[in-house]
Design a protein around this ligand. Structure first.
Ligand code: IPD
Ligand code: CA
Ligand code: CA
Ligand code: CA
Length: 263
């Protein structure tokens, strides 16, 4: 049977709207916060509960689904065959804990490794970015987005995660020098939204599949490039040092990477 992607898109939007209300309700009570690997890597009761909720709703919508979820309530995946749902229940957990703002829920749906539908929900702004190849466009709630301008690095702001800047990974300082400046938002989802809207020309971070699965689908649909820092396709079953960039900014950043190699 062929998949009705339009219907699935509407169904997932409805699930995420319910999930948002549940998260807002839970935020009225104190959060239970635990460290995962270190004091900067947190998880809360809401991350876990929201993933459990999303996984059960995904199984209702798509009983054959293979699910990869950050908090481990999905399946153990070794391949991208079939329909694979990649879920980040709260992206930007540190912001969620410290700011009660600037965090997102993200779902990416892949069919045999090809991105079809992506969803990034800016929970506090109540804007759901959704769309992808399967529905031929990207929307912010009901408004269709046009592709951001293809600006070169020199004419745009760069985003990155803090460790990339602190440790000058991938020649980040040279990249920032060559750009109009840098911004750090602390959530891959929020950074990707900024790239979708043309507020930044690029973003660099070490990312797990759930940090970039939805974003890659939405960005590609608006002609924004997603690759490893050396320009290769991402491995969606493992971590990648990810470069998101407009076509021209990607060219400029890959040139900076290459110039250093030849020193
Ligand atoms: C993290 C955030 C952060 C990024 C990290 C991610 P989480 O996701 O997106 O901005 O720098 O690499 O792990 O753990 O809050 O879902
Ligand atoms: Ca996390
Ligand atoms: Ca994340
Ligand atoms: Ca998360």
């Amino acid at each position: 049977m062929t998949q009705d992607w339009q219907q699935l898109n509407r169904d997932v939007m409805a699930v995420l709207q319910t999930a948002r209300q549940r998260v807002l309700d839970r935020m009225a009570s104190p959060l239970t916060v635990a460290e995962k690997t270190n004091r900067k890597d947190l998880v809360t009761n809401v991350d876990r509960e929201n993933e459990q909720f999303l996984v059960s709703e995904i199984r209702r919508l798509d009983p054959e689904a293979h699910i990869l979820g950050e908090e481990g309530f999905g399946d153990r995946l070794t391949s991208l065959k079939g329909r694979v749902w990649i879920v980040d229940p709260i992206d930007g957990t540190m912001n969620f804990v410290k700011q009660h703002d600037n965090f997102a829920m993200m779902i990416g749906i892949y069919q045999d490794g090809v991105g079809q539908l992506g969803f990034i929900y800016d929970v506090m702004k109540n804007v759901l970015y959704h769309g992808g190849k399967a529905v031929d466009g990207v929307w912010a709630n009901q408004d269709q987005l046009t592709a951001p301008m293809d600006l070169p690095l020199a004419e745009g702001l760069m985003g990155a995660s803090s460790p990339i800047v602190i440790h000058d990974i991938a020649h980040m300082q040279a990249i920032v020098h060559a750009s109009s400046g840098m911004r750090i938002y602390g959530s891959a989802g929020i950074e990707i939204i900024n790239c979708l809207l043309g507020k930044t020309v690029g973003y660099i971070s070490y990312l797990k599949p759930w940090d970039i699965a939805a974003g890659q689908i939405l960005l590609n649909c608006l002609d924004v490039r997603v690759s490893t820092i050396d320009g290769r396709p991402l491995d969606m079953l493992s971590s990648n040092l990810v470069l998101v960039a407009t076509k021209k900014a990607q060219r400029d950043i890959l040139q900076i990477e290459e110039d250093d190699v030849s020193l």
